[in-house]
Design a protein around this ligand. Structure first.
Ligand code: ZN
Length: 187
């Protein structure tokens, strides 16, 4: 009974997460969300950001760092960064630079671009496996509920499931199936 209750609670939690994830998935085709945090260090003239982008069915972790030798250019660039560095950009979805291949067609992506003064690393994972995995428990719960619902009860007519409680004629009044033994068993 406790195990059953835990199973129900876990299924409900999983369903909530699954629906939330599915909502993010659908939204990612309409709006591109890109929260993150900028950072900069005037001493070393380095900067960068760490972001999370929801776009076209996937989540991308964005990591970029750069070094600038030009002091005034660095100052001009970092002056546009708010003091806390936090940002949340919203905008139209964008088409990724498509590199063909199986994993890319499944929604996975990886970008690694390193030059002497800039390093960019993007990792993309699709929403669909998470939605699928989170749907397993609710699916099992639903299957069990349907099975319990469909299971023939001892008082039901095996042909039409008519309630035979108190039946003494030995014939189902609904469909005429002989139900001698069953009605005796429940009488
Ligand atoms: Zn019947």
């Amino acid at each position: 009974m406790i195990r059953r209750r835990l199973f129900t609670i876990a299924s409900a939690l999983s369903l909530v997460l699954c629906l939330g994830m599915a909502a993010c998935w659908v939204r990612s085709y309409w709006v591109r969300d890109n929260p993150g945090k900028f950072w900069s260090n005037p001493m070393t003239q380095t900067g960068g950001f760490l972001g999370l982008e929801s776009n076209r069915g996937g989540l991308t972790i964005q990591r970029l760092s750069f070094t600038m030798s030009d002091r005034s250019a660095f100052a001009a660039l970092t002056s546009r960064i708010p003091p806390h560095g936090l940002y949340w950009q919203r905008g139209p979805v964008r088409i990724e630079r498509m590199s063909p291949g199986f994993w890319h067609s499944m929604g996975f992506g990886y970008l690694n671009s390193v030059s002497p003064n800039q390093a960019v690393r993007f990792w993309t994972v699709p929403y669909w496996p998470a939605v699928l995995i989170l749907a397993i428990l609710p699916g099992l719960w639903l299957r069990r509920a349907i099975r319990a619902r469909l299971a023939l009860q001892p008082y039901e007519c095996p042909a039409c499931r008519y309630n035979l409680t108190g039946n003494t004629s030995g014939v189902c009044p609904e469909c005429g199936t002989p139900v001698q033994q069953r009605s005796e068993a429940t009488a």
